[in-house]
Design a protein around this ligand. Structure first.
Ligand SMILES: [Zn+2]
Length: 305
């Protein structure tokens, strides 16, 4: 069975300015790198998420603030790095909608695996606040859809972006049907995550300079036993590639083959408990070459080639 690949041209039109690392060039670089792999994927255009689907994880007044943005207001800084502009509402709706459609494709058995090549990313977005390049928490929208529309009782999120998935954690902190496994550089932006105490939030803070073998040990010792215990019915991946050695956003030292390894481990859990069901979505990754090569490494595992 081929894997589903979701994107939308609107995700390319949200542009926070020359020199901003979270740029449309990221999606182009990935698309170019995946050209030879497209035969193993079926392409879908992302629909817009509905207000109701967003409201499962976001405050309705916050949703309206984003969607009712008027271009006469001009570009608006929601935080020092996160700029709301005329093209943002549709891009954010398509990014969240990609997760909805990916979840539908996987849970209706049309595909075992789906990958969303979308932006803006989502894992820093809180219920009522944009943050760190993120507007809507795309992965949380997808996970809530799997729970509310399909009745899943155990859904796992694996987040290997170099930054802590603080928005995702805040949204699901009191939701025992969701296990969040996050690995991240610490201390580092957004400065939280190392002190969380919860049996369904598995945070793995890693010091600057962490190499691939140390990353693998930490995942093996902390994520994998928790995931085996939880036995997820479906796994979502916040696939950020900014822990790559060449990525200037962080001081971590992962290589593309570390993303191959962690994807293999996640896939093995999915095969054992979740009928192989995985929805992966792009989060960070800012060195264009490292990003594109790491996404390809991630997807080659998910394509089982
Ligand atoms: Zn990141």
């Amino acid at each position: 069975m081929s894997i589903a690949y979701l994107d939308h041209p609107a995700c390319l039109r949200h542009n926070m300015g020359t020199g901003h690392p979270e740029s449309p060039a990221r999606l182009y670089a990935i698309e170019e790198q995946l050209r030879t792999l497209m035969n193993f994927m079926r392409h879908y255009e992302a629909p817009k998420a509905t207000h109701q689907q967003l409201a499962r994880v976001h405050d309705v007044n916050y949703i309206d603030q984003i969607l009712n943005f008027n271009e006469k207001q001009g570009a608006t800084y929601l935080d020092p790095d996160t700029v709301l502009m005329a093209e943002t509402p549709e891009a954010a709706l398509r990014a969240a909608g990609a997760l909805i459609h990916a979840t539908d494709l996987v849970l209706s058995n049309q595909h075992q695996v789906a990958f969303c090549n979308i932006r803006p990313p989502g894992h820093h977005a809180l219920r009522a606040q944009a943050m760190g390049f993120c507007f809507f928490n795309n992965i949380a929208v997808g996970v809530a859809h799997a729970i509310e529309a399909y009745g899943l009782e155990r859904v796992a999120i694996a987040d290997f972006d170099v930054h802590h998935g603080n928005g995702t954690e805040a949204i699901f902190a009191d939701e025992p049907r969701v296990m969040l496994c996050s690995s991240f550089q610490h201390p580092f932006y957004p400065g939280v995550g190392a002190d969380t105490v919860s049996d369904h939030i598995i945070n793995v803070p890693l010091p600057a300079g962490t190499r691939g073998d140390e990353f693998r040990d930490a995942i093996t010792n902390q994520w994998l036993p928790a995931l085996h215990e939880f036995a997820p019915q479906m796994i979502f991946i916040s696939a950020g590639f900014d822990a790559h050695e060449n990525d200037e956003m962080s001081m971590m030292c992962l290589q593309a083959d570390d993303y191959t390894w962690v994807t293999q481990e996640i896939l093995a859990i999915a095969d054992k408990y979740a009928e192989g069901r995985i929805v992966s979505t792009l989060e960070g990754g800012y060195d264009l070459q490292a990003l594109a090569q790491s996404v390809a490494a991630h997807l080659e595992v998910l394509m089982r080639i």
